[in-house]
Design a protein around this ligand. Sequence first.
Ligand code: ADP
Length: 319
Amino acid sequence: IKKIVVLTSGGDAPGMNAAIRGVVRAALSEGLEVFGIYDGYLGLYEDRMEKLDRYSVSDMINRGGTFLGSARFPQFKDGSVRAKAIENLKKRGIDALVVIGGDGSYMGAKRLTEEGFPCIGLPGTIDNDVAGTDYTIGYFTALETVVEAIDRLRDTSSSHQRISIVEVMGRHCGDLTLAAAIAGGCEFIVLPEIEFNREDLVNEIKAGISKGKKHAIVAITEHICDINELARHIEQETQRETRATVLGHIQRGGPPVAYDRILASRMGAYAIELLLQGYGGRCVGILNEKMVHHDIIDAIENMKRPFKGDWLETAKKLY
Ligand code: ADP
C-alpha cells in the first residue's frame, strides 16, 4: 500500500486528535502518503479530504475533540452513498481507510470492507462500549471528568443533607457510570446492564437515611429513566431535598489524560503496522495491555463486551 486516509466519526472523544497524529506520523515514517477526511463519512461522501504532513498534526496530542471534525451521517447506511464514497477514494488511488469512532462508525467501516474497500477501525468513544478492547480512546479522560463532577456534588450534597442524582453518558454500557461511581464513592449505582426497579432504589435510600447517612449520591447511566422525574419521586418518598444533574457534553471535552494519549498513539501506530502486514477489515483493541486486532465483522456481530459484575459487587460492599 502507498496511500491511506483517516477520518473521525460519530461522537467525539478526547484523544481522537492523538489517534490521528499516531496514524499520520506512523504512516509517514513508513513512507506512506496520508490524507485526512473532514467530518467523518459525510466528508468522505462529499470528497472533502486533504493531504496531511507531519506538521498537520503538530500541537495535537494534548488537544480535546478532533481537528478533522466528526459528524452523524445516517445516509451512509445507503449502499449508493457508500458506492460514491468508494469511488472518491479510488479515484485518488487510496488503498485503505482508518476510521476512528464508536460502534456505529465500525458498522460503516464493516460495510465498506464488505464492499471491497479495506478499513481499519480504532475505538474512539468515551462510552467504552466497543467490543474487542478493554478500553476505548477517550474513556479515561471522561472518567476523570465525571469523578471530578461527583466530588463537587458530594461537597454540596453533604452540606445540605441532600440527595444527588447524577446522569452519566455511556449509552447501553454502564462502564463509565460504574467506574466513576466507585471512584466517587457513590452510594447507589443504576446501570443499563441491570434491570432498574425504582422502588428498590427508594427503599435502599430510605434504609441509608435510617442508618444515619447524611447524603446520598446516585450514579445512573443515561437513557434509563427521566432523572428529573426520578428526583421528584425520591424527594416525595424520603422527604429529603433531591437534585438531578445531567453532566451532558461536559463529559466529551477537555484535554486527554495521559493514558488516553498513550492508547491513541499506540493504536494509531498499530493500525499502520496492520496495513503494512496486508491486513484489512480489522479493528484494533487493547487486551491485558497488549495491542490486538479482530475481524471487524466478527467483532460487531459476535463479540460482546463483558459486564464488570465483580466491580458492582465490590461497589455494593462499600456503600
Ligand atoms: P458512534 O460511532 O460514536 O457509535 P454513530 O452510531 O452515530 O456514532 O455512528 C457514526 C456514523 O457511522 C453514522 O452517522 C453513520 O454515518 C455511520 N453508520 C452507523 N451505522 C451504520 C450502518 N449500519 N451502515 C453504515 N454506516 C453506518
